[in-house]
Design a protein around this ligand. Structure first.
Ligand SMILES: C[S@@+](CC[C@H](N)C(=O)[O-])C[C@H]1O[C@@H](n2cnc3c(N)ncnc32)[C@H](O)[C@@H]1O
Length: 210
């Protein structure tokens, strides 16, 4: 839990408020974009675990009027102009893929996931849930990404991290792990970035039961 006093001192929180971003996490995507050049004007972007919509706002700015952004979350995301919002559980792959397919008739250029579990206080369980969400994001990315497309997914550093990193590495030409400056110091989060999707010659991930 982040305390109110801590938030008031947080420069990314202040900047997000001043500049109209819904979440300070917008600065994590901006940081990754400036280093890794993930989204171009005209791109189609799928943003998973997107509420309240900070990343979606940044993705829409970068993709511009010719681009398309589809945002998915368990929670409702409302009122971001030009964005298609879908309520779906991304661990239900079939339902989420069907919901996205009903609004997207072409391949996506970029799939993002900042999805995170509600913390239970049980570290081992939270780490596992984070891994399940990251795996789901990769599964959905494989369904929609065009060859050469880009991928970003959050995962908590844990015993599952290497398996996830290697699964991304197997299907992208270039894979990096990155922790933005705006990630909170005590956070275990890391972002795995895959650039240049290798198309369908991928090893399927082992199914993970939730
Ligand atoms: C850190 S927040 C995302 C913040 C967002 N990137 C932004 O900039 O506003 C994590 C999100 O993951 C979502 N989430 C967690 N589990 C999910 C699931 N199974 N399916 C879809 N979204 C999920 C939560 O509802 C939450 O909105």
């Amino acid at each position: 839990m982040v305390r109110k006093a801590e938030l008031a001192r947080d420069r990314y929180y202040k900047m997000a408020k001043e500049r109209g971003y819904r979440a300070r996490s917008a600065y994590k995507l901006k940081d990754m974009e400036s280093r890794f050049r993930l989204i171009k004007p005209g791109d189609t972007v799928i943003d998973l675990g997107a509420a309240p919509g900070g990343w979606t706002q940044v993705a829409k700015e970068l993709a511009g009027d010719r681009g398309m952004v589809i945002s998915v979350d368990l929670q409702r995301i409302s009122g971001i102009e030009g964005v298609i919002a879908i309520e779906s559980d991304i661990t239900d792959h079939e339902a989420t893929i069907n919901a996205i397919s009903s609004v997207l008739t072409h391949a996506a250029d970029v799939v993002l996931s900042d999805a995170a579990p509600k913390l239970s206080g049980n570290r081992a369980y939270d780490h596992y849930r984070s891994f399940v969400l990251s795996n789901s994001a990769l599964h959905i990315a494989k369904a929609f990404l065009k060859p050469g497309g880009n991928f970003v997914a959050k995962i908590f550093q844990s015993e599952y991290y290497n398996a996830f990193y290697n699964a991304v590495k197997a299907i992208f030409h270039d894979t990096r792990a990155y922790t933005p400056e705006s990630s909170r110091k005590r956070s275990a989060e890391v972002f795995v970035i895959g650039r240049g999707f290798k198309s369908q010659n991928n090893k399927p991930l082992k199914d993970v039961k939730v």
